[in-house]
Ligand binder design. Structure first.
Ligand SMILES: O=C1C[C@@](O)(C(=O)O)C[C@@H](O)[C@@H]1O
Length: 677
């Protein structure tokens, strides 16, 4: 049957690396196959949204057979009933098929189409969450990847949600996920109501699909999809391993970033899931509730070796009987690390109260809970604040002074940082200090308990004058340090970094995949090269084509491929730019308006009859301004963002750099409603 077909077919043309948008690296091109969107009755407009997000033209086709090599670079739409006829016979090396299904229409997706497609996008028409689509497509096509960034982060946490229906969690999700790097959906704990008032023993695929969709619409965090079995503290029945395959494979198709695959499952199922995982990552999971498991045993070693065969992360969780077994786990952890330098990261904790020590010291994907959750997902689970409290009591999280250094006395951000520290149980002090006289930044860095700083306006990277400071690539290239991070002690223990460009890039990729920027033109307006440097860096990381400038001339390492507009004629010669970014100060920000209007109905770069029309405008001006560039942009058909978006994304990045904790963008924006920006 159709399921069988998939079992034998690893996802073809998987990009060699998922070099998505991480750190200073460039966005990868990802999957280069032709994207085919299967749409439901009356839903052809979803094809144009996919095309817009990807920055590509689109056309509708009657069948897979009608798609050929000449369609590279065009998004193809095929109606669901037409697609059914020949989806099984499609050339999988040439095209990637995505079944787009609108759940508002009251019917579950067609099972044959679900199974035969490479991916499935479930969406609601009202409200429609474009950023959900953007994230889904950028992830499944390998243009972005969270994993590389997460496994290099010193500590990662995921929140195990235990809701029977994620709808009840949505209003609290922002606060629940403070401190988490990923959100786990415990599929086995979902309770699907049946018409007779009871609950289904296993939630149906369509119910689970909708739950995943709802969760992803409300969080930007990667999702971990878990079907925990009855023997391992879960509710998923164990009599039919094939059922696990069906759910877990569908999780890959839905674009879940992580899929938890239990080690007891037959090897064939684990292998298939691993081979077919596309850009998802497999967490190979082992739980032992017998109380007889021993970390120093050969069994523990062989479980790790078996898990690593089909796991990007290995998770081992057990019940213990004495405190000393925590030390045995630590020895096991260090051995595994030493003997498997290229092996997958190990996430290992002991359950129960006795095991809480290990929950505090585990650094890789530590499962956490939150007081607002209905139940803890496993005995002994702790919240992020409890773990940080324990670490600080054990001397593992020394109290530091963290500063906002600027030409200001106090800012709402400072209050926000303090709130985050409280919420996360971090022991640090936060102080806002005036930069004042030259040299004061250095003076703060030299204080014994200096724990890092964000600096506004940024420090020139050319003359920071701080001993022990090394620079990140981004700070060096941009020429500005807005964050000083402390890593360890001794020589070069301070890193001068730049968080602003990441805030800009995150804003630019909120509603568009990185491919939308590739080789397209952009215009930057600024009074000087310094204010524009982080913008150029962010655009370059998205493989932008030509950059035109107004008000400044780019210098130094960022100057190549950047051309100033010299006259009205030079503006008129330019093809439709994909992005216009203004770094002008508020009193000059209205000067961008004529450009926004000029390019409103633009000439198109693409020769196709249906080009992607998306265009992005970002206004970085902060403060009361003349005119309303955002309104003008929106009237002229631009997708417009203001500085509040970029500042919120930059705050996320700054917190991550300074204290290693993830505070979701949505939470920062929530706080901004109370006057953060
Ligand atoms: O595997 C784990 C770890 C866990 O069992 C714990 O012990 O915290 C909780 C589960 O939800 C998660 O899937």
């Amino acid at each position: 049957m159709a399921t069988k077909q998939l079992q034998d077919a690893p996802t073809p043309a998987r990009p060699k690396s998922t070099n998505g948008v991480i750190n200073g690296t460039k966005a990868g091109t990802g999957d280069t196959r032709i994207v085919v969107i299967i749409y439901g009755p009356g839903q052809e407009k979803i094809v144009s949204v996919f095309a817009d997000v990807l920055g590509k033209p689109y056309r509708l086709a009657p069948s897979f057979q009608a798609v050929g090599g000449g369609d590279h670079g065009t998004v193809i739409g095929i109606g669901a009933s037409d697609a059914k006829a020949d989806i099984g016979a499609r050339n999988k090396m040439l095209m990637v098929a995505i079944n787009a299904h609108c759940v508002n229409l009251g019917m579950p997706p067609d099972l044959d189409l679900s199974v035969a497609s490479d991916y499935e996008f479930l969406y609601t028409e009202q409200p429609f969450f474009r950023r959900d689509l953007s994230r889904f497509i950028a992830f499944t096509l390998g243009q972005i990847s969270h994993h590389e960034a997460l496994i290099t982060k010193p500590r990662t946490y995921f929140i195990s949600t235990t809701f029977p229906d994620v709808r009840t969690a949505l209003s609290n999700l922002d606060i629940l996920s403070v401190g988490s790097d990923a959100v786990e959906i415990r599929v086995d704990l979902l309770k699907e109501p049946l018409p007779d008032g009871t609950f289904s023993s296993v939630p149906s695929m369509s119910y689970v699909g909708e739950q995943v969709m709802l969760l992803r619409q409300r969080t930007e965090l990667p999702i971990i999809f878990t079907t925990r079995c009855t023997r391992e503290n879960g509710r998923f029945p164990m009599d039919n391993p094939e059922l696990y395959y069906q759910y877990l494979y569908r999780a890959i198709q839905w674009g879940c970033e992580y899929v938890d695959v239990e080690i007891w499952l037959p090897e064939d199922i684990r292998r298939r899931l691993y081979e077919q995982r596309g850009n998802s990552r497999i967490i190979s999971a082992f739980h032992d509730f017998s109380g007889t498991f021993k970390w120093p045993s050969p069994e523990a070693q062989s479980i790790f070796q078996e898990s690593r065969k089909y796991g990007d992360i290995v998770k081992m969780i057990t019940i213990i009987n004495s405190m000393s077994e925590n030390y045995e786990l630590e020895y096991f952890r260090s051995q595994i690390k030493a003997n498997n330098p290229d092996g997958p990261p190990l996430s290992a904790v002991n359950m129960g109260q006795l095991g809480q020590f290990s929950r505090a010291v585990n650094t890789v994907f530590s499962p956490i809970t939150h007081p607002l959750l209905p139940i803890v997902a496993a005995p002994g689970q702790m919240s992020a604040a409890e773990i940080n409290g324990a670490l600080s009591t054990m001397g593992q999280l020394p109290k530091k002074n963290i500063y906002a250094i600027g030409s200001f006395r106090s800012t709402p951000q400072a209050t926000f940082f303090e709130k985050c520290f409280n919420e996360l149980g971090l022991p640090h002090n936060f102080a806002t200090v005036d930069r004042g006289v030259k040299g004061s930044v250095e003076a703060f860095c030299l204080q014994p308990n200096f724990g890092g700083a964000y600096i506004n306006p940024p420090l020139p990277a050319s003359q920071p004058n701080i001993p022990q400071l090394s620079l990140s690539d981004a700070a060096r290239t941009i020429g500005a340090i807005d964050t000083i991070v402390v890593r360890g002690e001794g020589a070069f223990s301070f890193i001068g970094d730049n968080a602003t460009w990441k805030g800009i890039r995150a804003t630019l990729t909120r509603d568009f995949a990185p491919s939308a920027y590739k080789d397209r033109a952009a215009i930057i307006l600024s009074s000087n090269g310094e204010d524009a440097a982080s913008v150029i860096f962010a655009l370059r990381s998205l493989n932008i084509g030509k950059i035109y400038t107004v008000g400044f001339k780019a210098q130094g390492p960022l100057a190549s491929g950047v051309e100033p507009f010299t006259s009205i004629e030079s503006v008129q010669r330019v093809d439709q730019p994909f992005a216009i970014i203004s770094a002008l100060p508020p009193d000059k920000s209205h000067l961008v308006q004529p450009l926004l209007r000029h390019f409103s109905n633009g000439k198109h770069t693409s020769s196709s009859h249906l080009p992607g029309l998306g265009k992005v405008f970002l206004d970085l001006a902060n403060g009361p301004r003349k005119g309303d560039p955002l309104a003008v942009a929106e009237q002229s058909g631009w997708t417009a963002y203001g500085v509040a978006d970029t500042s919120a994304f930059t705050t996320v990045e700054t917190l991550r750099l300074l204290v290693g904790q993830n505070v979701p963008y949505s939470f920062v924006r929530l706080a901004s409603g109370r006057g953060l920006y």
